[in-house]
Design a protein around this ligand. Structure first.
Ligand code: OOG
Ligand code: NI
Length: 465
């Protein structure tokens, strides 16, 4: 709490993330099973490979590991998106990155709301992948208008949540009582509703256009559709899921298994078929599939150069596969992926020398002892070589569009593939959001720069960046 009696947005986020996880555990018990499997696996990995635990201690990630999770929602209108932005701002979460999913046949564009500073991420790394439905991509004009009029009638926020957001904006913070109430009220927006707001016939029309459209338009609010814990070994989880009665998707998205993990690897369990009631007085109950579970393994954030290499190798893999990865070609896909990615250096030392990833730098004990005897002209490389400075990769905090599309597809069913002529429109997205998204690369570069400056200050050296 600060001196005005405000709870810090980071604390509100940590509290909200926890409340969300508790709610989802009750709503989707399989998510609880997954959390157990992930916790057990993380413990095993740290015991078997002590360097992993050491690395997590250096970066402080050890303390955020069990809190680590992301969720995803899909909203229907610009107004919903901009109010969601204001809601997340109360918790210190800002829109970072722009993801266009239309090339993959999913009619949305998205951003991730997350904390942006390393100290805030350390308190709670909780992020929410947030997609805006692009109604302009519905080709049937009557259906587009119907969807738009249904959306215009709903209000996805409680009156009290809106009041507390306004209070936060006007006063610059929330006190403890308000913060607790805010979390309770905000949670309502993300809750699952078994009652659709439309008739069975309208649901079917929306669903026939695209399953995702029914998911966004036919319900009272943007239910959280998955929550994702972070694992230290996703292949073990993928292999361990069936034994616990969790059916995994066919392939792990992202880069292949490596000694030095990069970016993000993800897998999920398939969406549940859930009973829903429709609004027509004579409608029989039906079912809807939307909610699923996901697991991620995070690795080093890549520089523009590293990211270009990643994209190039992933594209080459996919081009050689000729089709979307599926159960039938899963083995061949993973072989191709490993073969192409052999070109990506697999040591942090090489990745650093070749400027492929971002790093954080720390002064070692030896560095502290030597600090009054260092040459003022020392370079970073010299300090590292002499053992005065240690480096660890900066964890990737964002998402990957190709992977996100794979996650969408796995729970929408492969038949949901659609083709859109219109693609990326970041300025439309900004207009709907009421703000510009932040550039994730600048955030990583900022963290890296701050860590170098900290080292210089500790070592009484002139700034090296
Ligand atoms: C979001 C899918 C993307 C991820 O982790 O890449 C995602 C959705 O299905 O709404 O969550
Ligand atoms: Ni996800």
């Amino acid at each position: 709490m600060n001196n005005q009696g405000f709870v810090s947005p980071d604390a509100i986020r940590a509290f909200f993330s926890n409340a969300m996880s508790e709610m989802y555990k009750l709503e989707v018990p399989l998510y609880g099973t997954l959390l157990d499997l992930v916790a057990q696996t993380n413990e095993d990995v740290m015991e078997e490979i002590p360097e992993v635990a050491t690395q997590l201690h250096w970066t402080g990630e050890i303390s955020r590991l069990s809190m680590e999770r992301h969720g995803a929602i899909r909203v229907g209108t610009a107004e919903e998106l901009s109010t969601i932005r204001r809601l997340f701002a109360v918790m210190g979460m800002q829109p970072v990155g722009y993801y266009d999913l239309t090339p993959a046949g999913v009619p949305v564009h998205s951003t991730a709301f997350r904390a942006v500073h390393e100290n805030a991420l350390q308190i709670s790394p909780f992020r929410v992948f947030t997609s805006l439905l692009r109604l302009e991509l519905i080709d049937d004009i009557a259906l587009r208008e119907l969807a738009s009029s249904i959306l215009s009638q709903r209000n996805i926020f409680t009156a009290r949540a809106l009041e507390l957001i306004a209070k936060f904006e006007a006063e610059g913070g929330l006190n403890e009582t308000d913060a607790h109430e805010f979390v309770e009220q905000a949670l309502e927006t993300f809750r699952w509703h078994t009652q659709a707001t439309v008739t069975a016939q309208v649901y079917k029309q929306l669903h026939d256009q695209h399953r995702l459209i029914a998911d966004v338009v036919a319900f009272k609010g943007p239910h959280i559709n998955h929550l994702t814990p972070r694992t230290l070994d996703i292949d073990r989880i993928q292999a361990g899921m069936p034994k616990r009665g969790i059916p995994p998707k066919a392939v792990v998205e992202g880069p292949p298994r490596r000694r030095c993990p990069i970016l993000l690897r993800q897998t999920s369990f398939k969406a549940l078929q859930e009973k829903v009631a429709f609004a027509g007085p004579h409608d029989a109950p039906g079912s809807h599939t939307a909610r699923f579970g996901e697991i991620e393994q995070r690795g080093a954030a890549l520089t523009p150069k590293g990211r270009a290499l990643y994209d190039q190798l992933l594209n080459a893999t996919r081009a050689e596969l000729h089709e979307f990865p599926s159960e039938d070609n899963a083995e061949r896909y993973s072989e191709l992926l490993a073969r192409h990615f052999a070109e990506f250096p697999d040591s942090y030392e090489d990745m650093r020398k070749q400027d492929l990833a971002y790093f954080r730098y720390f002064v070692t004990e030896q560095g502290v002892t030597a600090r009054d005897n260092l040459a003022q002209t020392s370079t970073l490389d010299e300090l590292i070589e002499a053992g005065h400075v240690h480096f660890e990769p900066l964890v990737y905090e964002d998402f990957l569009p190709v992977s996100a599309a794979g996650i969408f597809q796995s729970n929408l069913g492969d038949n949901a593939q659609a083709h859109y002529d219109i693609s990326s429109n970041q300025s439309d997205f900004h207009a709907a959001l009421g703000a510009a998204v932040q550039n994730e690369l600048e955030l990583y570069a900022g963290t890296q720069r701050r860590s170098i400056l900290d080292c210089c200050a500790t070592l009484n050296l002139p700034a090296l960046v």
